[in-house]
Design a protein. Structure first.
Lengths: 271, 320, 533
């Protein structure tokens, strides 16, 4: 366990840095100065300015916070519901023979997961945004819900593998109840998978929330947010490539870090 | 075995039904719709709006509308677009080939790139198990690893913008968008292919690592088979099902949601059709597209599940 | 070994051949006098009797003729398919004498019975028209007097009737053609009398027009067929804004509209492309102010917001100076525009703060914002995603910080969502505008019973001005009335105008004489020509 925590510590450190980054911002991220539009990176503005003369670096540092809150919330939703559904759909997966009410739970959970996979995130996002209003909560929920299915599938696959382990068979043959088996034997062995799946879900939530903000479904206009900045960057790439370059790099680096961390967790749990 | 197949089918049908129902409910919960909005904008009085809705059967209570919709679905009727009255199946049929073309091209690019990168990057794992030594220089292996992760990590909107900026705006080598000529397919296929290459590379690399450990490989080496032979033919051959599994999942995603790529490159296709339908709140069209997409995604994941089962069985057998 | 080699060689050759064939595709750039025109999106339907988007008019304005036209030079009505017309003294009967010898693209003759069939189609519930039927106002019926005389009857005088009849949505189609197809399929086989015929429409891909050989009955400002005229036009859809200019530079299209202002600035320096900026008549990009909700229920606050918005800066930063600042409820190219509104509420943050303080607002907690009943002085704005409105709103938010007002931006993703947000009443400002040359649409916005009365303003005096202006046929009276209306709207600070809408078109130097009609959106392709090689 200690080595697993050690594996995720670089990611945690970076996340904390991103959360605290606004302190380091040299300018007010919302202050416009239309005479200083589209300035290339310089000593005064290390990452240049955007369409309204706002300092890109300051917006990047402030935007990380907002982006991170949404992504963490979405990851939480995906992990919590995904674990539950995943465990349920793997319930009694290695039992054959006499049908049991538990089998229906597994079937139902499996159907829900497949259906969630199939409903496009776009439709979900629009529905949520219209019902709850634009803004971060709807973005977080839409992104989180769209990642539940992949998470659940991962958990289900790992749970099935864990349930096939010899010592689980042994416990079953000794007469232990199904629920107790799940709680005491299967779940603890899933922890490394859950950890790495959570980190992967974090990566995909980050990517997907950036994609949804291009529909105007994200932060209110003007608020710094990496996804929104990526979209702005695309609109002005002919005259100011640095706007998109900065936010895209930030997202890529954070996602890369998450994936690298997930690999390390996997690796450390294999030791 | 038949029980298993039946269970699969039952699950697929139930999932498709649930997906369609959830979409139906979500869309109808939304206040307003595209037709009413357009009529209102044109200055139509409320009485006319009510008449038009009645003509389309939209004034019936929701459960009745739902029942009619499911009955029509079972007959193969996907309904008509709210805004232009054209049958949904026709609208989709016209656009689906563009998406398929893009998906196939991207999958090809992604697989070639991904397997290549994954194989190079996976050499360190093979090396650990003494399957391969000094076959690939350290630097190249590390670069391959980094490229694979960047491919996974970079948002498509970003790589797409950079690709257009570099190849279309700066260098003027390739067109920035549109469809109809082969040259217009290159950039989007590269961008989307690069994104899928990441997943394929990772799977390839991990497969090489996992399988390198396996007994049959060790046995083959003990028997004195050359490293290259073992490395390439045996290991990759067993890894192939896993790669194909990954590809089928990717195919599901590609076919069902090339929304961002199609919008970025001004290409027609199901992704853009869906985006337009959602933004115009033409919920009859959205529902029709979701039905199709659900079936595609569910079929793709069923295929992936099946392949995974097969792979598992083979691996287990080979271990005995 | 040789056998293996030749199979390989053959398969390689086949693949290469296939690639060559595929890449030749449908782009037949070698054809004579042909251009590709880029549209900004694919409308949900291309039938002008049924569908509503202005985009469909860009190709179809050339396929259909209308009874009358507006001369782009003068804005006056000139004969089209009707060679003359009379209006009865009470304004209820319009009698049109139709041109003779006009023939549809399918060879059938044009006459009054055909006009009647068109009206039947527009009014039919089966057609379910989304726009054209609502342009007829107080329409009460028609009369076919004889083969070439057609009468329209109104229940009450309706000044904008001729304006409606001049637009493509009321263009004359061949009844033989629309009778032969179902309502949804006719859009693929459209037949009119215009200078161009429709060749095909492939959904998602293209719409193609070809010059009609025998066109001889156009309005005075259509030039006759001559050397260099464009023979064939292919319309393609370029939905992504940021790559439109690239398509033009790469030569994929010869004309494209709705270029982003930032890209247009970059294009201005490119040698073989001209920019054509076309003013679109109608309402400017504006924010309607809700006079029934705090704090914009106070006129001083509304005026302060007007003074506190630096529109020059917005036009500069967001629109790169391609648009003029707007001063009133209709833009400068709209009929009956009054210059009296020019310069009203010029940017003056000192005046803005004075007004707010005069209204009793103070900043007791010194947080930079005036205090309201609870918290800060907040103004809630509904912000849709089109027309660069989010960018405008961002600048306004920052500008209003200087005058101590906090802007709260409420983004709505779609039109329907915007209507729902307005219906809740929880807004102070809402961005909305419509296009059109005849300002009769102002009644919808500023009359107390108007369908778009989102300002909540109810003034019987203004109501009667609007009613008179939309029912009198006396041009001078209308001009005077609309001048009074514009001034009053600005005095009451019912809306915040930002910029007159300008469509930035990019045109390749190969194309000459491409101008746009009075409404602004529709290119007069009939007059354009290609530079001879």
């Amino acid at each position: 366990m200690k080595s697993r925590l050690g594996a995720i510590s670089p990611l945690v450190v970076v996340l904390l840095a991103v959360l605290l980054a606004p302190i380091a911002a040299p300018y007010d991220p919302m202050a416009t100065d239309t005479s200083a539009q589209f300035q290339a990176p310089s000593a005064a503005h290390w990452l240049g300015t955007d369409q309204f003369g706002r300092d890109v670096l300051s917006r990047l540092l402030h935007g990380g916070q907002r982006t991170l809150f949404v992504t963490l919330a979405a990851t939480g939703i995906a992990a919590a519901v995904g674990t539950l559904l995943g465990m349920m759909s793997a319930y009694r997966s290695n039992e054959t023979g006499v049908s049991h009410p538990g089998d229906w739970i597994a079937f139902g959970a499996g159907v829900i997961v497949s259906a969630l996979f199939a409903v496009p995130a776009l439709v979900l996002a629009l529905a949520l945004v219209t019902l709850l209003g634009t803004g971060l909560p709807s973005l977080a929920i839409a992104t989180g819900v769209s990642q539940i299915a992949p998470f659940a599938r991962l958990v289900a696959a790992a749970a099935r593998q864990a349930a096939a382990m010899p010592y689980v068979e042994a416990a079953r043959s000794l007469g232990a109840r199904e629920a107790r088996i799940t709680w005491q034997h299967v779940l603890p062995n899933l922890l490394p998978t859950l950890l790495s799946a959570t980190v992967i879900a974090f990566a995909y939530c980050l990517l997907n929330s950036a994609a949804l903000s291009f529909l105007g479904l994200g932060a209110p206009p003007g608020q710094p947010d990496w996804g929104a900045m990526l979209y702005e960057g695309r609109q002005v790439f002919r005259v100011a490539i640095w706007v998109g370059l900065a936010s895209g790099s930030a997202i890529t680096i954070l996602v890369w870090l998450a994936i690298w961390t997930a690999d390390r967790v996997d690796f450390s749990s294999q030791q | 075995m038949t029980a298993r197949v039946l269970a699969f089918l039952l699950r697929a049908v139930a999932s498709a039904w649930l997906a369609v129902t959830v979409t139906f409910v979500l869309l109808r919960l939304l206040p307003g719709d595209g037709l009413t909005a357009q009529l209102r904008e044109s200055g139509a009085p409320d009485s006319v709006i009510a008449e038009r809705q009645a003509a389309l059967g939209l004034d019936a209570p929701l459960p009745v509308q739902y029942g009619r919709y499911i009955a029509a679905l079972l007959r193969g009727d996907l309904g008509v677009s709210l805004l232009n009255g054209q049958p949904v199946s026709e609208l989709m049929g016209a656009q689906v080939w563009a998406t398929v073309e893009l998906a196939i091209a991207s999958l090809m690019v992604g697989t070639v790139l991904g397997v290549g990168i994954g194989y190079v990057g996976g050499q360190s794992a093979l090396q650990r198990y003494k399957v391969s030594s000094r076959a690939v220089p350290d630097g190249l292996r590390n670069i391959a690893g980094i490229v694979a992760t960047v491919a996974l990590s970079a948002p498509v909107m970003w790589t797409g913008t950079l690709a257009v900026w570099l190849f279309a705006a700066r260098l003027d080598w390739l067109p920035a968008g549109g469809a109809g000529r082969l040259s217009q397919l290159i950039l989007p296929a590269l961008v989307l292919g690069f994104a899928t290459a990441g997943g394929v590379a990772q799977v390839t690399q991990r497969a090489l690592g996992a399988i390198g450990r396996e007994a049959f490989v060790q046995t083959a080496i003990a028997k004195g088979l050359s490293e290259w032979v073992v490395g390439f033919r045996h290991v990759l051959r067993v890894a192939l099902p896993l790669i194909i599994t990954q590809m089928s999942i990717q195919a599901g995603f590609l076919l069902s949601g090339a929304v961002v790529t199609e919008s970025m490159f001004s290409r027609p296709g199901i992704g853009r059709l869906l985006l337009d339908a959602v933004l115009r709140q033409d919920y009859l069209l959205v529902q029709g597209i979701v039905v199709w997409m659900s079936l595609v995604v569910i079929a793709a994941t069923a295929l992936a599940d099946g392949l995974a089962l097969l792979t598992d069985a083979r691996l287990r057998q080979s271990m005995l | 070994m040789l056998r293996f080699g030749s199979i390989r060689l053959r398969s390689v050759l086949v693949i290469v051949l296939m690639l060559v064939i595929v890449s030749m595709g449908q782009a037949q750039d070698g054809a004579v006098n042909r251009i590709v025109y880029g549209l900004s999106f694919e409308p949900s339907g291309f039938d002008p009797h049924r569908n509503a988007s202005a985009e469909l008019g860009i190709p179809l304005r050339m396929v259909y003729d209308t009874l009358v036209y507006r001369d782009p030079a003068t804005g006056q009505f000139v004969p089209g398919l009707a060679e003359s017309w009379e209006v009865s003294a009470d304004g209820l009967v319009y009698t049109f004498r139709l041109k003779q010898g006009v023939v549809f693209h399918d060879g059938t003759t044009f006459n009054a019975a055909k006009v009647a069939a068109n009206f039947d189609r527009i009014l039919s519930p089966d057609t379910a028209s989304q726009k054209s039927i609502f342009m007829l106002g107080t329409y009460a019926g028609y009369e076919v007097v004889d083969d070439f005389t057609f009468r329209i009857l109104l229940a009450q005088p309706y000044s904008p009737l001729l304006d409606s009849l001049a637009q493509v949505y009321l263009g004359m189609a061949s009844p033989a053609a629309f009778g032969a197809y179902s309502v949804e399929r006719y859009q693929f086989h459209q037949v009119g009398t215009g200078p161009y015929e429709m060749v095909e429409y492939v959904t998602g891909d293209r719409l193609v027009l070809r010059r009609s050989a025998n066109y001889a009955w156009g309005p005075s400002f259509y030039q006759p067929l001559a050397q260099g005229k464009i023979h064939e036009i292919e319309f393609r859809f370029y939905t992504d804004v940021s790559t439109r200019a690239l398509a033009l530079e790469a030569g994929d299209v010869q004309v494209i509209g709705e270029i982003a202002p930032t890209d247009a600035r970059a294009l201005a320096t490119v040698a073989d492309i001209q920019l054509e900026q076309v003013a679109i008549a109608g309402q400017p990009l504006q924010f309607l102010m809700n006079t029934t909700r705090y704090p914009t229920n106070n006129r001083d606050v509304r005026q302060a917001l007007l003074f506190g918005t630096n529109r020059e800066a917005i036009v500069d930063a967001v629109f790169q100076r391609f648009s003029p600042v707007a001063w009133g409820p209709i833009s400068a190219s709209t009929a009956y525009y009054s210059a009296q509104v020019v310069g009203s509420y010029g940017f003056d943050s000192v005046q803005a703060q004075a007004l707010l303080e005069g209204a009793g607002f103070v900043d007791a907690d010194s947080n930079g914002y005036y205090d309201a009943e609870e918290g800060d002085l907040e103004v809630r704005i509904i912000v849709p995603p089109w027309g660069l409105i989010p960018q405008v709103a961002q600048l306004m938010e920052d500008q209003w910080r200087t005058i101590g007002v906090r802007a709260v931006l409420n983004s709505v993703p779609t039109r329907a969502a915007l209507f729902e947000a307005v219906a809740t009443g929880e807004y102070n400002l809402v961005a909305w505008y419509e296009f059109g040359v005849d300002p009769a649409f102002l009644s919808n916005y500023f009359s107390s019973s108007g369908a778009f009365n989102w300002t909540g303003y109810a003034n019987p005096n203004l109501d009667s001005l609007l009613v008179q202006a939309a029912s009198t046929l006396d041009e001078n009276a209308r001009a005077t009335l609309y001048a009074q209306i514009q001034v009053q709207v600005m005095q009451e600070a019912l809306m915040l105008p930002i910029r007159d809408y300008v469509n930035i078109n990019g045109i390749s130097n190969q194309v000459m004489n491409l101008s746009f009609d009075d409404y602004g959106w529709f290119p007069l392709l009939v007059n354009a020509s290609l530079v001879s090689e």
